[in-house]
Write a protein that binds this ligand. Structure first.
Ligand SMILES: Nc1ncnc2c1ncn2[C@@H]1O[C@H](COP(=O)(O)OP(=O)(O)OP(=O)(O)O)[C@@H](O)[C@H]1O
Length: 363
């Protein structure tokens, strides 16, 4: 209740909340850390892009959230809440059901997600008929029957921009273009009426025009169906132009998280700035992209201090000594860096950070 007596609408429950997610893989008698202390949340109809070079831990991170990693090989710790439910509080059997009813995953390569021997429409209907694809059951209504699943699948095909869906329902995947196949994959992802869709490089196997069309489609669905999206991508330009919040990963950790708007001006982490400089800027032909020199850290030999220090052009002696913590520098903007860089290229002293949030010393 507010001071003038009006009732304030409750804040929407995030569709996904990840807290302190750490993933280790067993290698012989040792455990290698692939993702460490990852935290983020996404509200309904909001979008987060997770960006970073190959091997940063983006894909392993989302697979861990969705419980897709083999527990015999991977050790996953931390908290994952989907639509407000902490997965750890559910018995194993119910956990899978909740994940599949709340979250969907769209992979990079649609040909690998689709069954090549099955017509595309029935693949959507199958997803709907699977246990999680019975949205009416929760409301006490009967489960979807085959005829209804087929009718809804045709509707979904239309919703994802497939023309003449009644005919294409019977097409095999190889009879469709790459963009059409990815639309089918998105229709399958929608079949369970998810609250959040995770997309792992959803457009990198497609040509540029089709990429834009697929991203437009995902944006439209996010708004019209109030679905949260988490998009994993190498493409910082894509992330910055289409997501609301960007989380930059390096060496298995979040190194900067910030609003996407104006990221080129607002970023404070030298790694994010290096990623921005590596993007070809078609608007300024005189300024060629600058690839980041050197290689990301190997999880077998993690550096003792800041993981980016060996490649950072702003590195100082103390950077390689201890690992910096992720520190909030303004609302919605956190940086893991001992000497965050200001927009002008000048380094910010730790004294410029809020006193209670000085980078912690973690050994
Ligand atoms: N199945 C696996 N078993 C063991 N280690 C793995 C496995 N999959 C990935 N890794 C390791 O985990 C780390 C993170 O990989 P991940 O695929 O999450 O990176 P990424 O940021 O998604 O990169 P890319 O964009 O190339 O997919 C890498 O060091 C990788 O070698």
């Amino acid at each position: 209740m507010t001071e003038n007596g009006t009732v304030r609408a409750p804040a929407a429950v995030p569709v996904v909340e990840v807290e302190d997610l750490t993933v280790r893989v067993r290698r012989g008698s040792t455990l290698l850390t692939l993702v460490e202390g990852l935290s983020y949340q996404v509200a309904p109809a909001r979008s987060l892009a997770i960006v970073g070079e190959s091997g940063a831990g983006k894909s392993i991170g989302i697979r861990a959230v969705l419980g897709l990693l083999d527990p015999r090989r991977f050790e996953v710790t931390g908290t994952v809440r989907l639509a407000g439910v902490d997965l750890a509080t559910l018995p194993k059997a119910k956990r899978r059901g909740l994940v599949t009813s709340v979250a969907s995953l769209v992979f990079q390569d649609p040909t690998r997600s689709l069954n090549p021997t099955m017509r595309v429409g029935p693949q959507i209907a199958e997803a709907m008929l699977a246990g999680s694809g019975r949205p009416d059951e929760a409301a006490g209504e009967p489960a979807v029957g085959r005829a209804e699943a087929r009718r809804r699948s045709v509707e979904l095909m239309r919703d994802v921009g497939i023309a003449a869906p009644e005919e294409r329902y019977f097409a095999y995947p190889h009879e469709l273009s790459g963009g059409m196949r990815q639309r089918i994959v998105i229709a399958i992802a929608l079949a369970c009426q998810p609250k959040v869709i995770f997309c792992d490089e959803p457009t990198s196997s497609l040509d540029v025009t089709t990429q834009a069309a697929i991203i437009d489609l995902l944006d439209g669905l996010r708004e019209s169906r109030s679905i949260g999206t988490v998009v994993v991508t190498h493409d910082l330009a894509l992330a910055a132009s289409r997501a609301e919040q960007v989380l930059v990963m390096y060496g298995g950790q979040a190194v900067e998280t910030l609003p996407a708007k104006g990221i080129a001006r607002t970023s404070r982490m030298p790694y994010t700035q290096a990623l921005i400089r590596a993007v070809p800027d078609v608007g300024t032909p005189g300024r060629p992209p600058r690839p980041i020199e050197g290689l990301p850290p190997d999880p077998r030999t993690p550096p003792p201090g800041c993981a980016f220090a060996p490649r950072c052009e702003h590195v100082r002696d103390d950077c390689a000594e201890e690992r910096p913590a992720l520190v909030e520098v303004s609302t919605g903007h956190s940086v893991r860096c001992w000497h965050p860089v200001a927009v002008t290229g000048q380094e910010t002293t730790a004294a410029n950070l809020p006193a209670a949030r000085q980078p912690e010393v973690t050994r």
